[in-house]
Unconditional design. Structure first.
Length: 108
């Protein structure tokens, strides 16, 4: 599963940015659903890991499923809780030169 670092702009507000590390691909999708496409910026691929999709779904539900908006985002993005479709990568994410430099620095 792809793991990123990036900045979150709550509700897409330009004046507020929160730096986050260890954002998984599905978590980025939930954050974009909650804060808008411009609410998650400066994404950089940090690594890929072997995280299980059902474990990640459970983590996301525990973290973001406490609000109506979070539950709606999770349901909209991943479908039924009995058989969720949790992606391991971000569709359309393009690696930048800085991403490749970070991977080389980590020995990948």
């Amino acid at each position: 599963m792809q793991v990123f670092s990036g900045k979150i702009r709550p509700r897409g507000e330009l004046g507020t940015e929160v730096v986050r590390k260890d954002l998984t691909a599905p978590e980025v999708m939930v954050l974009k659903e909650l804060h808008g496409e411009d609410g998650v910026v400066d994404l950089q691929l940090v690594r890929s890991d072997n995280r299980r999709q059902d474990d990640e779904y459970g983590r996301i539900v525990r973290k973001y499923g406490r609000t109506d908006a979070g539950r709606a985002a999770i349901s909209s993005l991943f479908g039924s809780p009995q058989n969720p479709n949790v992606p391991t990568s971000l569709k359309g994410f393009k690696e930048t030169a800085s991403t490749k430099v970070n991977e080389k620095a980590e020995g990948k």
